[in-house]
Design a protein. Structure first.
Lengths: 209, 209
């Protein structure tokens, strides 16, 4: 299948086959893709939870209006923004750049100052909003990668974020859940898998200038 | 190349080869991928500008701190959220569902009411924030698709959104620029293309539960 055929094949899976689990290789590929997702400045000011524990997933389901994907999918992926992005976050990231590229810190001093300026300038709410948007890039990468390797997924905003934070102990880790995706394999009788995909016509979506 | 190799191959291209343009097929594939990107409720409450006009691109460059990607890339893709998401937006979307799936409107009445409830409940600022996040999913899909077909891209938040809105006449269309991506082909001498990719180690990025 071409990329476009694969993107047409994917859909927001409503009913997963609870007996089918991702292989270690499939899960590794998707997590690797998430890890390679770009983010503003490259800061990756978020963490990604991979939830398999059945009891925790029952609790998450209750905090997601009982949606069965939470327990029937192979894994629940929870994107969580850091809520305390500060100079220390920047310094840690620059440490990583210096080590990965084996360069002198002076070479990225200007870049570091730019980033420090940004995180010091923005009020907390704006920083969290900014970082939240980055988690949506990672979500887009995950969904495309899943389609690419034939894994089903359901992106979900319909959950009580505060309850997720509580169940997953995110607040004390300086994190807040932003968006989730359940991944696994569609049930053969998922009614939604047979529906035609609805998208704006190209003439309406795109403006050529 | 595997998907992971392709995602490692991609990077935020700083210097494009201004002589190289996407083929019609490559551009069509990327726009098609954007069109297939998922969004909350499937509403796609945004538009996507594909900017090729050289004079307009000079103006956009000036409004993006002079970054050369704006004029040297093959195309500038501007994601723009709708600023007036309302009941009419929902009804139009439901019209599309009914026509695409050839179903009776009564079958999606409940869904329509849910969406109307959401757009009526949220204050404008929250609606725009919500819709802005959806454009970042589309951005993630675009970046992954570009890597998949060997096209370079640079996601960019560093631009003056208000000026972009003015240059592109977005305000009068009920739109506001949220994020952009330049697409094309890397110049052989783009220093950044040879740098090792810096990402958080998996142990730091992921929390397994």
């Amino acid at each position: 299948m071409s990329l476009i055929e694969k993107l047409n094949w994917r859909y927001a899976t409503k009913k997963f086959d609870a007996t089918k689990k991702l292989s270690k290789e499939q899960l590794d590929t998707l997590l690797h893709a998430i890890r390679l997702a770009p983010s503003s400045y490259g800061l990756q000011s978020y963490k990604v939870l991979v939830v398999e524990n059945p009891e925790i997933r029952e609790q998450l389901k209750a905090a997601a209006y009982g949606q069965p994907q939470l327990t029937d999918a192979s894994q629940v992926i929870v994107f969580a923004t850091e809520t305390n992005i500060d100079e220390a976050s920047v310094h840690k990231y620059v440490d990583n750049i210096v080590a990965t590229r084996n360069i002198d810190r002076s070479m990225v001093e200007g870049y570091e100052q730019t980033m420090v300026g940004t995180v010091n300038r923005l009020p907390d709410e704006q920083k969290i909003g900014w970082s939240t948007k980055q988690t949506y890039i990672a979500l887009g990468v995950l969904l495309t990668a899943a389609a690419e390797i034939g894994v089903d997924a359901c992106p979900m905003e319909g959950f009580e974020a505060g309850k997720f934070d509580e169940i997953l102990g995110l607040k004390e880790k300086g994190l807040a859940a932003t968006v989730i995706a359940t991944i696994g394999f569609r049930a053969h009788d998922d009614h939604y898998s047979h529906l035609a995909k609805v998208r704006k016509p190209a003439e309406e979506l795109f403006i050529h200038i």
